[in-house]
Design a protein around this ligand. Sequence first.
Ligand SMILES: NC(=O)c1ccc[n+]([C@@H]2O[C@H](COP(=O)([O-])OP(=O)(O)OC[C@H]3O[C@@H](n4cnc5c(N)ncnc54)[C@H](OP(=O)(O)O)[C@@H]3O)[C@@H](O)[C@H]2O)c1
Length: 347
Amino acid sequence: MSVTETLIPDYSLPDCNRRVLLTERPEAIPQAGHFAIDEVVPESVPDKHIRVRNVYLSVDPAQRGWAADMNNYSPPVPLGTVMRALGVGVVVESRHPDIAVGDCVYGWLGWQDYAVVSPDQLLYHIGKPRAPLSCYGGILGMNGVTAYLGLTKLGAPKAGETVLVSTAAGAVGSVVGQVARNAGCRTVGLTGSDQKLALCRERFGYDVAINYKSGDLAGRLAAALPEGCNVYFDNVGGTILDTALRNMAVAGRVIQCGTASIASWDPPPTGLRNEREVLTRRLSWQGFVVFDHMADYGLAVEALEKSLLAGELYYEEDIDQGIECAPGAIQALYAGENLGKKLIFIG
Ligand SMILES: NC(=O)c1ccc[n+]([C@@H]2O[C@H](COP(=O)([O-])OP(=O)(O)OC[C@H]3O[C@@H](n4cnc5c(N)ncnc54)[C@H](OP(=O)(O)O)[C@@H]3O)[C@@H](O)[C@H]2O)c1
């Protein structure tokens, strides 16, 4: 997509606040039936807070972990409360001296029409957008920043190295591939459909793209990585990770950013044993959680914004219309139905 379209779309100011509540704790991937939508009178705005009209709600694989009662880096969303979600919106009331009515913001706005928040619930104070507002929920949001910081800080790829990426056509993976390519790396992407393969090759600039669902992944990965892979940016775990580890170059770096392929955490999964690969290839394997890197968040957005406006980054978005789409959106994401960053326009 290009960045020449209208930056802020038209949005309405409803009298009521529609909220998507988590009503049942999912054991695996959250389904529509785990949520309910209600309508309440908007709450008042305390001192040092703002009211945001949410325009784009974010749908993220991480919401599976936030909704479940599982071993995670944050406590689960309490039942009966608004589903935790990132969002992009416009400030419609401000009782904070540093944030003006009309400013755009991105942060923990929840799946609802209006959010009353303090600045510490924001990830980024956009102010006046320089790219379409939706971008700040995707390529210039948590997904892009995860890609940029995870790859540059943990993977530290050098020109001429090979970078392998899973969920290569998705919101995070597509940015990882492009940042690596722009740094002079050879890029290999794994994705789950032929339509996404075409996107990987034609839009995201991958040198090689592989559909991991079409069989003989081990053979095709070995053929794509004749000298091994220096950095594996892994968003899926499971058997794809097992296969990738057997194709790492000596001193390769594995970034564990996601585990989208794991069906259940209870009991914890056990799989092929790869200690020998880690030993003989002298691999390092590090987990990445973007929220540990908030000090660098603004710098990452600025770097991505600069590349985007210079035409060096391409992005895809998959935007549903209406808050009614939210309850079923996480299951659709895990089914791989999204083509690019999944957002819901509720303006
Ligand atoms: N650690 C962090 O701080 C952090 C932050 C953001 C995101 N993440 C992780 O990054 C990954 C991608 O997130 P995203 O927001 O960019 O989502 P996304 O890639 O836009 O969408 C999720 C994709 O996951 C793939 N997928 C689903 N089930 C799979 C399976 N069983 N095996 C392999 N692939 C499967 C599907 O793509 P295909 O059709 O290609 O299979 C689906 O489109 C997720 O694992 C997420 O949890 C981590």
